[in-house]
Design a protein around this ligand. Sequence first.
Ligand SMILES: Nc1ncnc2c1ncn2[C@@H]1O[C@H](COP(=O)(O)OP(=O)(O)OP(=O)(O)O)[C@@H](O)[C@H]1O
Length: 660
Amino acid sequence: MSSETHEFKAEVAALLNLVTNSLYTNSEIFLRELISNAADALDKARYQALVDSELGGKELEPHILITANAQANTLTIEDTGIGMTREEAGQNLGTIAHSGTLAYLKQIQEAKAKGELSEAGEVNLIGQFGVGFYSAFMVAEEVSVHTRSGKPGSEPIIWRSKGDGRYAVEPGTREARGTSIEITLKGEAKEFLDRWRLQNLIKRYSNYVIHPIKLRIVDAEGEDKDPEPKQINAASAIWAKSPSELEDEDYQEFYKHVMGGFVLPGDEPFGKLHYSADAPIQFHALLFVPGRAPADLFQEDRKSLQLYARRVLVMENCDSLLPQYLRFIRGVVDSEDLPLNVSREMLQEHKSLSAIRRQLTRKALKLLAELASDEAETYAKLWKEFGPVIKEGLHTDSSQRKDLIELLRWRSVAKGEDLVSLKAYVEAMPEDQKSIWYIAGPDEAALRNSPHLEAVNAKGQDVLLMSDAVDEWVLQSLAEYEGKSFRSVTQGELEDAADEDDKDDDAKDEDSEDADEAKKDEREASPIDPLLNLGKVVFGERLRDVRASKRLVDSPSCLVDAAGGMSRNMERILRMAQPGMGGMGNSPRILELNPEHSIVKAANTLAEQNKDDPRLPEWLELLHDLAALSEGSVPDPAGAAKRFQRVLGEVAAAAVEQQS
Ligand SMILES: Nc1ncnc2c1ncn2[C@@H]1O[C@H](COP(=O)(O)OP(=O)(O)OP(=O)(O)O)[C@@H](O)[C@H]1O
């Protein structure tokens, strides 16, 4: 057989032109592509050996050998796979396997030419979009494929091309079944002779190719540095194994790999999910709930799950495999049903991917539920790290709401440091309690000491402490749990705690923004009316109302927000989120006074006797200061300090007078 020269088909020539001259800046992906082809060839040989007793080379050990020869300026990727006959080589290496490829690449090129593709976008696309064998021409002066098929009677051949529109096929000398792709490197591609560069690339892109990938370096003097080449990749897709074959250490090792190679003691994963599915989509997943929130959890370009297609990494960070609220989960998904060479965008829309996502979401939520029910201590830590992220799901994923609600945890007044689920809260509710009480604010310690809790606590009813910024936002999407509505102890008018729900059922009603306003007129007379009336005059527009409290036991006063309106905490959070909203957070509040408290009683007596007593306005201001102080922020600290100073001065003087 003689040497024959052929013209590439027009589309291949166009493709080669694009690939080599204008498309890629990130040429390193060629190695991933060639390794992937070699791995495919090994897979095919493995299968063919099973079904074809005539196949040659059955004794060959499957492996991929990469040789960087600095003396010859070549990089060779050799496999002991299925090989190619002359006809196959002409067909496989002279045409484009995927029909849409050229059109798609042209689009990318046009976008690039028009400057529509940012550098980051380009790198991203390139990382995800391979063009298989032809990508070798990004780094090659010339490519020589030495191959021999395992089919009986087939001759070895050499396929050569400089990527210039033509290729030649000539008789080869290869003895063993398989393929060796020898790349004569371009001047600017010398980096691919470097051991560390190659090792790095193999580990990064092909670590879990199931066949061993070995590396041999021959230096510029022609000395073989690796007479016995060492394996570089892990070569075992541990996710594809059965969990019964794996030890804890295997998982630990792999977790380390997933987390970038480094895990601090104490940061071991909270849980893992090792799962394989056969129908309708075939895939394996090995996922971890990390033992510490990754630093990039709230960043746009955070890491995500790695997506493999048949053991080949196709996407380093595939964020469409799980919903956003599970973005802290890290690991690998490997599907048998995904194409290797499609764009990120096309892959994201692949129907297999959404099927995988559905199953993974269900499984991940199940894992979290199991941790929550069986390993309370672990779950408490997990909740601290990821609770705020999981809560996002209540707003964004109505399909999983039911499961997500059961994952929610808060601390409560009665349970101290322990976390409480809504289920546990409701189960512990006394019979006469109708609503789920909560109090929201930035500082949990301050919430625990809030005077607003007094009457509710006195009735033996627990209150959930909501100090996470997203809590109240979450509640907006909850409305109720098992028929029990959520009620803030700092909002609306609180009736006698025992029967408040029967009377006051509109606190959560959206339309009842002015419920408190309406009640002002129908409110029954209070023994402290003289003081309340005076208060209304003293505070005027500064307060929405001054009224007798049903929620206080020990404290003289507290500030509350109107029923149905936005809470002070919510306003604070919105202000933080949108600093431009200057007017927010100034809506007047309601001052509640405790009719049973000695200070209030005394002030009221004074008001009854002489409503013009000059001390009364100051005392009312002090009651307001006290209420604000208990929440942690006094609007006029200097004024309040002066008032306290004056009153204390009077008390001290009176004490001295009494003594003498
Ligand atoms: N090392 C190899 N051994 C045997 N055949 C090979 C080898 N490399 C490439 N081929 C053949 O050449 C064909 C073209 O390869 P190319 O990488 O361009 O596309 P592909 O591998 O078919 O596409 P994809 O990468 O999406 O699977 C392959 O399908 C295969 O038949």
